[in-house]
Design a protein around this ligand. Structure first.
Ligand SMILES: [Zn+2]
Length: 152
């Protein structure tokens, strides 16, 4: 998920410009691969979903019945602890931008939680199999707890 409010500086190095190009648009390759795998596995979901009550945020893959929100986060834009790299040129500007992205992610998580959603964030560096397993696990957990609530 690429933050909507991003306004890029002119790319100042090849590395940055590469990353920016890869981050453009919302249908990233890891996300598409996950969607294909889920669909093949018989799961149905909404994409680029705007949860009611949260009009300015978009959920990459949403299971609206289970209220499971899946966000596939790019390692660069969302500052993955394993792959975060902080561009040297315009370093302060980038640091502020990336930290703002992370703060916005946490705010999104909190707001989704308030609205009753379970939030599952997946780093784009995970394999499709790992992502799919996490999604299925989360769906199972939600269904299980919904079941227990219904019995109570
Ligand atoms: Zn990563």
């Amino acid at each position: 998920m690429v933050p909507e409010s991003f306004s890029p500086l002119p790319p100042s190095s090849i590395g940055v410009s590469d990353r920016m190009r890869r981050a453009r648009g919302t249908d990233t390759a890891p996300e598409l691969a996950l969607r294909r795998a889920l669909h093949r596995g018989g799961l149905r979901y909404r994409i680029q979903y705007r949860p009611p009550g949260l009009p300015r945020r978009t959920v990459d893959v949403a299971f609206t019945q289970a209220k499971l929100a899946i966000l596939v986060d790019g390692c660069f834009w969302h500052a993955c602890p394993e792959h975060a790299s902080w561009p040297g040129h315009n370093g302060d500007w980038w640091r502020a931008k990336l930290e703002a992205n992370v703060a916005r992610d946490r705010d999104t998580d909190r707001q989704l939680g308030t609205l009753g959603w379970t939030v599952l964030r997946l780093w784009e560096h995970l394999s499709t199999e790992e992502m799919e397993a996490s999604v299925r696990h989360a769906l199972d957990e939600i269904r299980h707890s919904t079941c227990l609530r219904a019995l109570a």
